[in-house]
Write a protein that binds this ligand. Structure first.
Ligand SMILES: *Cc1c(COP(=O)(O)O)cnc(C)c1O
Length: 396
């Protein structure tokens, strides 16, 4: 089917919720994908941080297809050895004690929110409020939209879930003022991804950890985007030198299949008891086989060190493009602003790159790069050359 036919089929049959780039991808291998017209693209998106090993990695395909051919779904009524093996690996590698599996980032956060509120009850009946940060992003369910600290997400779907307060990032005074007797948890992204690739200040994070400990409340790290090797450690909290009480994970965990995980400390392990939470699909054998394969490849110190080194390499190369400024990031989660004098928006840049056969993301004003963690330096050089040429032509 050609692109126009696909576009028409979408227009006639899908709810128009997505603003899509005018390309239909039909096949991929490694860091390259092919569209319906046979054009290839170099990928700096990983399907928004999901395809951490690129498209159709041989070992990943094998792990998924073998499990699909063995036992595709159980339901959580019965024991599931693929789920238990993944849970053991994830706990061992992360240093947490218990995990719950859902199907997405938003669901991982829903679990964290339920856990925090149930935990709050043990302190006081009305200790149920959760503080999040301005400009954050925590998901698209009604509750995780409420948790998201951006006003633009707080329209149309009211009444939203109550019980969220917001404080500006890196402002300990405002955070202190916002934490009350009714606060049971603070939920943060260590690097705000959708918000524009903003790294929290390490000193702020350290003080926040201290505040939560002093108050006996939970620090929840939403690592849906930053986790599973993206920043050069299995989890970004390791790079900040702190340990949250609860961590959520999703995007890169399944390498392309939908899985979310909510991890917690030993102390919190029994907070959600029988019948309090669940999921039909959560932790199914196929997604768990995929995630086990992903961890097997990514949770390797040499692999993670390469992610960090390649991230530094890519940032350095991006700094040589004159139209870009404020290059920032950690590992292979990188943001760059387009200089205002170019008159170009980040979306303009993404479209220019697309025309030249390269996929990049935007996050508000930033061009956001989340390349597959397996991308080589040579492939990064190719991408930087495309970006340089696109910006040069557009500002000539
Ligand atoms: C993507 C994202 C989510 C939502 O994940 P879904 O799988 O789309 O529900 C939540 N938090 C953060 C930090 C994210 O980047």
């Amino acid at each position: 089917m050609n692109f126009e036919a696909i576009r028409q089929q979408e227009k006639e049959n899908l709810m128009p919720t997505y603003g899509r780039f005018p390309v239909a991808l039909v096949q991929g291998k490694g860091v390259y994908a092919t569209d319906s017209e046979g054009k290839t693209y170099l990928d700096f998106t990983s399907g928004i941080g999901v395809n951490a090993l690129g498209w159709c990695d041989d070992g990943w395909v094998k792990a998924v297809s073998e499990q699909a051919a063995t036992l595709q779904h159980i339901s959580n009524l019965y024991y599931n050895p693929v789920q238990t093996a993944l849970a053991e690996e994830l706990c061992r590698l992360s240093g947490f004690s218990k995990v719950f599996f859902g199907n997405s980032g938003a669901e991982a956060n829903e679990c964290a929110i339920k856990l925090a509120r149930k935990f709050g009850e043990t302190k006081a009946p009305d200790c149920k409020r959760i503080l999040t940060l301005e400009n954050s992003f925590h998901g698209r369910t009604v509750t995780t939209l409420a948790a998201t600290g951006q006003d633009e997400f707080h329209h149309h779907f009211d009444p939203f879930t109550e019980g969220f307060d917001y404080a500006p990032i890196d402002d300990m005074e405002k955070v202190r003022a916002a934490v009350t007797e009714k606060t049971c948890a603070v939920m943060i992204e260590l690097i705000q991804g959708e918000g524009g690739v903003f790294l929290l200040d390490p000193e702020f994070v350290r003080q926040l950890r201290q505040l939560c400990t002093e108050k006996g409340i939970l620090l929840i790290a939403d690592e849906v985007q930053t986790g599973i090797g993206r920043t050069g450690k299995l989890f970004c909290f390791e790079r900040y030198g702190i340990r949250p009480d609860v961590v959520t994970s999703a995007k890169g965990l399944g390498g392309g299949l939908p899985i979310g995980a909510c991890l917690c400390s030993a102390e919190l392990g029994a907070v959600l008891s029988g019948g309090m939470h669940g999921s039909t699909f959560g932790g199914g054998p196929v997604v768990c086989a995929a995630a086990r394969y992903m961890l097997g490849r990514i949770a390797d110190p040499a692999f993670l060190a390469e992610v960090e080194a390649k991230g530094a390499y890519l940032q350095e190369k991006l700094r040589t493009i004159p139209q870009l400024t404020n290059i920032r990031g950690m590992g292979l989660m990188i943001g760059a602003d387009v200089k205002p004098e170019t008159g170009l928006t980040s979306l303009d840049v993404a479209n220019l790159c697309l025309k030249k056969g390269m996929l990049v993301l935007t996050a508000h004003k930033a061009v956001r790069l989340l390349p597959p963690l397996v991308m080589t330096r040579e492939e990064m050089d190719q991408g930087v050359a495309v970006l340089r040429q696109a910006l040069k032509e557009a500002t000539a």
